[in-house]
Design a protein around this ligand. Structure first.
Ligand code: HEC
Length: 119
């Protein structure tokens, strides 16, 4: 009987543990978090330069569409994302968001291009 009791505890504990984890719907702050939104990341990390043109950063907005359209035509979208990830001249790697994943940088670049009306 004693043995069966411990078996059942051992079976139930992981279930409780898993249930506890999946209940975690609030935005986490740790590194193992869900991908963040491009708009949010842009405002947090990129607007400093790209909103003001600091250090010669290309601006974001419809009036900057010719610049971005040209970049996409010349280099392609993937090259823009790679430049954003690796850095390029005064553009710091990942725009200074060191814990941003490649996918997060990609969605931030998409956000910037959408804001500029470039495709
Ligand atoms: C410290 C200022 C600064 C910050 C912060 C910054 N950038 Fe930049 N970024 C630049 C500058 C300057 C350039 C232009 C580089 C050049 O063309 O010589 C640039 C260029 C770019 C380009 C175009 C690359 C190309 O190939 O033409 C992309 C895309 C980009 N940034 C994305 C981002 C994203 C996404 C973020 C935020 C996660 C970000 N940047 C944050 C300064 C910044």
């Amino acid at each position: 009987m004693q043995k069966l009791y411990w078996y059942s505890i051992a079976m139930v504990l992981p279930v409780l543990w898993l249930a506890g984890c999946s209940d975690d719907s609030a935005p986490a702050n740790g590194p193992a978090q869900q991908a963040r939104d491009g708009a949010q990341l842009y405002r947090q990390y990129c607007v400093t330069c790209h909103g003001s043109g600091a250090l010669g950063a290309p601006g974001v907005g419809k009036e900057h569409r010719p610049y971005w359209s040209h970049e996409i035509e010349e280099d392609g979208f993937d090259a823009l994302v790679l430049d954003a990830i690796n850095g390029f001249n005064s553009m710091p790697p990942r725009g200074g968001c060191f814990d941003c994943s490649d996918d997060e940088i990609r969605s931030t670049v998409i956000y910037m291009l959408n804001k500029s009306g470039a495709k």
